[in-house]
Design a protein around this ligand. Structure first.
Ligand code: S3P
Length: 183
């Protein structure tokens, strides 16, 4: 059996190559992604983590030393490399959707699922996080401004899930049903 047949077998009857989770910071992409990957028997991948591994530095350090532009280039590379494979559940950084190039990679690479949440929920979830350079300072204000600016950024995803009232487990189950069910 060659490696392609092997990969196909892992995918089973699933029509999607991968799952790509998009959404604002704090919408639960990583928590949901890990649970979903386990349920599917797929590999969990995180573009932020991928970038950090390659750069040998944490996101705040990359932003500080090389700037956001450099980080965005690394993020696109991470997406391209991960989505070249199959059977990955990919958690993406909240700003990854801003480049058209990235959106195209995502849509071609699998089922894109947008996780959404209200501004209040986001603020609660990210308030004490020190690993998100774009939220440094007044968290409420930063979240408000960024959410306004990105209001339409996640709408390209064919599946939208409001995470305000659902647990990560429930959300993962919902996506799993979509993956296994009829198109
Ligand atoms: C960013 C979100 C972060 C990370 C970086 C920039 C953004 O990822 O990629 O700090 O622009 O929204 P999470 O959404 O996983 O926090």
């Amino acid at each position: 059996m060659n490696s392609q047949e092997n990969t196909k077998k892992e995918r089973g009857t699933c029509m999607y190559k991968n799952v790509v989770l998009v959404g604002f910071m704090g919408t639960g992409k990583t928590s949901v992604g890990k649970i979903l990957a386990k349920k599917m028997g797929w590999v969990f991948a995180d573009t932020d983590h991928y970038v950090e591994e390659k750069a040998g530095a944490a996101i705040p350090q990359i932003f500080e030393a090389e700037g956001e532009q450099a980080f965005r280039l690394m993020e696109t590379e991470a997406l391209r490399e991960i989505l070249a494979g199959e059977c990955h559940v990919v958690s993406t950084g909240g700003g990854a959707v801003l480049k058209e190039e990235n959106r195209k990679l995502m849509l071609a690479g699998g089922l894109v699922v947008a996780l959404t949440a209200s501004e209040a929920t986001i603020v609660e979830r990210v308030r004490y996080d020190v690993n998100r350079p774009l939220l440094k300072g007044n968290v409420e204000e930063k979240v408000h401004i960024l959410m306004e600016a990105r209001r339409a950024a996640y709408t390209f995803a064919p599946l939208q899930i409001d995470t305000d009232i659902m647990s990560a487990e429930q959300i993962a189950r919902l996506i799993e049903e979509r993956l296994k069910g009829p198109a």
